[in-house]
Design a protein around this ligand. Structure first.
Ligand code: ATP
Length: 380
């Protein structure tokens, strides 16, 4: 059993002046065998510290880390069947690719030389770097160096892979390519993986499960679509999605949400989900706002186009409720739909797509309704 479990894991750093910093605060997580978990959150939220505790590079202040059911809090890094790949590839510059990939096996196992050679060659073939084995790291591109760093982890055949922002030194195109390669590789190897990033696109596209951290505290664990469509709170709703969800501070008056610029009538069913909370935040994703030319619904509002950001496949249209206002919200429309700066448009905010949060706690009181559909099998 290779499943990894974090139970209320906490890390407190004590600075020289005695000041305590809680970098990781009672985080509980379970990663099943073969699962790809992406740990995501803003800079300083505790991602790397969590990973370093799992690797054994940082002590655990409180809580337990279990691998296959056994507590490994006090095991030395070399005693844990865990391989870590860092953002800086940390390759030995004076060694060839072959030597870099063989080194760990030579040092920490009794594997015979010919078996080490074939293990390294198999991993290099898998990663498409088998023709680079005699080169030194300086003679490789960033993407090739990253593959060598991955290869060095793969040859150890670990129970768990830990990847700390492994693609952040690569250019955007190579990063996108390596994202797919890494996913395929992880599926082929079937190794439980924790992948740390602050990039929510990497989280959405690569993860089986996303764990979102803020200020050392776990905000939500779920599939990418759960985190996107059913955020647990305002933090997750604003962190996942680009452009971000739009938020409006509203007060509740019976079944009506009242904002400075508009009122929004709720159906009784939706209003009943709000309990006795009155000070709220209304959220709507940019792609859920429909732009129309006629006002024929209670959830439609006259707005003005402030700025249009063309992305090619779609346009991000920044809107205001008042022609002179600078307070914008954003709607995403098809890239071939043309709107002009300053133009008046009707923004329709469908009730089945709205999210409502309690303003004080940030907790989601109501998330959008989901109607996912599977692509039908072709009738050939
Ligand atoms: P980034 O994305 O910027 O790498 P991160 O989410 O990985 O950030 P951590 O590196 O885990 O964040 O840091 C979490 C918090 O712990 C930060 O406030 C950081 O300043 C603090 N911290 C990390 N290492 C130490 C240390 N050795 N001593 C004191 N504080 C530390």
């Amino acid at each position: 059993m290779a499943d990894l479990q974090l139970d209320d894991v906490t890390k407190v750093f004590v600075e020289d002046d005695g000041n305590e910093i809680t970098a990781v605060d009672e985080v509980s997580l379970a990663i099943d065998d073969g699962e790809f978990l992406v740990l995501v959150g803003p800079s300083g939220c505790g991602k790397s510290t969590t990973l370093r505790m799992v690797a054994g590079l940082e002590t655990v202040s409180d809580g337990a880390i279990r691998l296959g059911g056994s507590v490994i809090n006090d095991a030395k890094p070399a005693e844990r069947d865990i391989a870590m790949v860092f953002q800086s590839y940390a390759l030995y510059p004076h060694m060839t690719v072959r030597e870099n990939m063989s080194f760990g096996l030579e040092e920490s196992t009794s594997m015979p030389d010919d078996e080490i050679a074939s293990t390294v060659e198999d991993a290099a073939t898998m990663l498409g770097i088998d023709d680079l084995l005699e080169r030194k790291p300086d003679d490789l591109s960033g993407g090739q160096q990253q593959r060598v760093a991955l290869g060095r982890a793969i040859v150890r055949d670990p129970e768990v892979f830990l990847l700390d922002e492994p693609l952040s030194n690569l250019d955007a195109k190579l990063r996108a390519q390596m994202r797919t390669e890494l996913q395929r590789l992880q599926e082929d190897l079937g190794v439980a993986t924790i992948y740390v990033t602050h990039d929510q696109t990497e989280a959405m596209t690569m993860a089986d499960k996303i764990a979102i951290l803020n200020d050392g505290q776990l905000q939500q664990v779920g599939t990418p679509l759960e985190c996107y469509h059913e955020p647990a709170n305002l933090f997750v709703a604003s962190f996942i999605g680009e452009p971000s969800m739009n938020f409006f501070d509203v007060s509740r008056d019976g079944e009506t949400l009242v904002h400075d610029d508009f009122t929004y009538e709720l159906t009784s069913a939706v209003a009943s989900e709000l309990g006795d909370h009155d000070e709220l935040v209304l959220g709507i994703r940019p792609e859920d706002i429909e732009l129309r030319s006629t006002q024929d619904d209670t959830h439609s509002y006259e707005t003005f186009v402030d700025v249009v950001e063309p992305m090619g496949n779609e346009n991000n249209v920044y809107l205001t409720f008042d022609a002179d206002s600078t307070e914008t919200f954003v709607a995403t429309i098809d890239g071939l739909n043309h709107v002009e700066d300053g133009q008046s448009v009707i923004a329709h905010v469908p009730e089945d797509a709205i999210h409502i949060f309690d303003r004080a706690s940030g907790s989601a009181l109501r998330n959008r309704t989901l109607d996912t559909q599977a692509m039908p099998e072709p009738q050939l």
